[in-house]
Design a protein around this ligand. Structure first.
Ligand SMILES: Nc1nc2c(ncn2[C@@H]2O[C@H](COP(=O)(O)OP(=O)(O)OP(=O)(O)O)[C@@H](O)[C@H]2O)c(=O)[nH]1
Length: 574
């Protein structure tokens, strides 16, 4: 890791920091320290000279490390300053504030949410992204409700984790390969961000996946870049196509591609020239390259240490050239995390790979969930909360099953079911996974979702007794009138809802009887009908007859049982 330091007796005096960077080209120049402030924060400035390719670059980064009061009392303090350490520490402040609370409320969430907001801004995440993130975290945290055995601080950790995952794009997006090889990957980016290195890393990554590669050296403006790529190619035994610096990048790309096709390689990785900043010349050149190469992937290589600027660059390049993703390099030197957190949200393009060192093996696919766990560093708490949620859901399901068996399904259960569906994703999303249901039209899905919302509004206007005992509503028109007024619906709609619940109960009861091996009146011949329909050849009179009988029987299951009088059809609305 970037550095590990152990401090002893860090009362008021200066602290010593032992520094060991993963990247050998970072030479520690200055190690500074301040004594512990009243907020128990020590600030470190570390600086380094970057001399990887003979050019001089200066890096500066601030690290705020928190002393732990109790550990300090013990006379020893361990400080781990790693990737995203600053962000992790900032977020940790938020959970600590909730340690003494029993439940999450809007009131006790205010301060932790301020901490989260501060931590993200300090991590160099852009303000609109921070705002959206904070809003969704507080909505989710309060909306989740109490999970038995889970403390509010643990619950907040889980919510923040899940929101971080979705902020970074949710699922990992893997590299896309062309249907007809070769797959062309065009690498763009500003100067010094690590493009050439990323080309080599990617070639090695693909080679390990049994893909043959060739790299094209089109950076004609910096001759050392061609040499660099050739050296990397030799090192990894990956061929490099180069044509010196006399031809234009576009011509080299064209020749390189036809060479790749001749050789029958799987993947062509194109290293392009960087510029100090975004300029028209570079964009035009990239557009021409794109036309000539017809790439499957266009990656923008960005430096993690540039924070939200990296995200803005991805957005700008995407608008101009059209990207398929980003490669985030130098994550090993980034203690803030702003780029990793903002790129997807700001540009709409996923991070596909991360680079964490100069070595050719230091490239990995980007997994939002792993990154979120790494930022929070609380794997044990996350899995504990997940387990507790699973147990709760299991218990809820068992309780629901019991109610179904006893035909005691009430409006509370109805509400629970719709909320569970909302938690699991939209109805449209869920239906896609049910065989045969993907033919339901989007309009039908929207209608169904709308009517669920209408039902929910009426249930919300019921008293707790009415929800638990729907019979009360069958007996009292005045109750139904009150609910209609409260929910802004008509009395007819309320009556329909009540009658639907009783129909559901009746169906459930019949199904339960079937599941328990019992017989529903009128269904005695179901088994036999099914068997004879299977035996009868298709299209025969017997098959047609049994099919109609079966439909009649199934309708009976739906309508049988003790439907309350006056309910069940629109005409019979009370
Ligand atoms: N620590 C660290 N250094 C990296 C990483 N990726 C690249 N570098 C270093 O960054 C420096 C610049 O990398 P290059 O690959 O030459 O960058 P480039 O974008 O091709 O530069 P130009 O050709 O000038 O546009 C080199 O010294 C690399 O070793 C990384 O993930 N971590």
């Amino acid at each position: 890791m970037a550095m590990v330091a152990t401090l002893t007796n860090c009362g008021a005096g200066a602290c010593m920091m032992l520094s060991q960077r993963t990247s050998s080209s970072w030479l520690p120049l200055f190690l500074g320290s301040r004594s512990c402030s009243s907020r128990d924060v020590i600030g470190f400035v570390d600086a380094g000279v970057f001399q990887g390719d003979g050019r001089l670059r200066l890096g500066l980064s601030w690290r705020l490390l928190h002393c732990n009061q109790s550990k300090r009392k013990m006379g020893a303090l361990s400080i781990r300053a790693a990737v995203f350490d600053q962000l992790s520490t900032g977020l940790e402040e938020a959970w600590t504030k909730l340690r003494r609370e029993d439940v999450l409320t809007r009131e006790n969430m205010k301060e932790p949410m301020r901490d989260i907001r501060r931590a993200l801004l300090e991590a160099d995440v852009s303000l609109p992204v921070v705002r959206r993130f904070v809003n969704s975290v507080s909505e989710k945290a309060i909306g989740t409700g109490v999970i038995r055995g889970v403390k509010p601080d643990q619950q907040l950790v889980k919510v923040v984790h899940d929101q971080l995952v979705s902020l970074m794009g949710g699922d990992a997006v893997s590299i896309e390969f062309a249907k007809v090889p070769p797959t062309v990957i065009l690498m763009a980016g500003l100067q010094g961000v690590g493009k050439t290195t990323a080309c080599g890393k990617l070639a090695l990554f693909l080679k390990k996946k049994d893909k043959s590669c060739i790299m094209l050296a089109t950076d004609v403006y910096r001759p050392a870049a061609i040499e660099q790529l050739v050296t990397l190619g030799k090192q990894m035994e990956v061929p490099v196509f180069e044509a010196g610096n006399q031809l234009s990048p576009v011509e080299i790309a064209r020749k390189g591609l036809s060479e790749a096709k001749k050789k029958g390689v799987d993947v062509v990785i194109v290293d392009t020239a960087g510029r100090l900043q975004v300029d028209k010349g570079m964009m035009n050149e990239l557009k021409q390259m794109k036309q000539v190469l017809n790439p499957t992937e266009i990656f923008l290589v960005v430096d993690a240490m540039t924070g939200q600027e990296a995200a803005a660059l991805v957005a700008a390049f995407n608008l101009e050239v059209g990207l398929t993703g980003a490669i985030l390099t130098k994550l090993d030197g980034d203690s803030r995390g702003g780029a990793a957190l903002s790129i997807k949200e700001v540009s709409g393009k996923p991070i596909k790979f991360i680079g964490e060192g100069e070595s050719m093996t230091a490239l990995e696919p980007f997994y939002p969930d792993r990154m979120a766990s790494r930022i929070l560093g609380m794997g044990d708490i996350l899995s504990f909360v997940e387990k507790a949620q699973e147990v709760m859901m299991q218990e809820e399901a068992e309780e629901m099953q019991k109610k179904i068996m006893e035909a005691k399904f009430d409006f509370n259960d109805f509400l629970k079911q719709t909320r569970m569906m909302a938690r699991m994703g939209s109805m449209g999303g869920m239906l896609k996974f049910i065989p045969g249901m993907n033919k339901v039209s989007p309009l039908q899905i929207r209608e169904a979702e709308k009517s669920l919302k209408v039902m929910e509004s009426m249930i919300n206007s019921m008293t707790p007794e009415e929800r638990a005992d729907p019979e009360l509503l069958t007996k009292s028109p005045s109750r139904r009138r009150r609910i209609a007024l409260g929910s802004g619906r008509t009395q007819e709609q309320v009556s329909q809802l009540v009658s639907q619940l009783f129909q559901m109960r009746a169906r459930m009861k019949n199904l339960a009887t079937l599941m328990q091996g019992g017989k529903v009146p009128g269904l005695d011949n179901l088994d036999e009908s099914l068997r004879s329909s299977q035996k009868a050849p298709p299209g025969t009179a017997k098959r047609r007859r049994t099919k109609t009988e079966l439909q009649k029987l199934l309708t009976k299951v739906g309508q049988g049982g003790s439907v309350a009088k006056g309910f069940g059809s629109k005409r019979e609305v009370i």
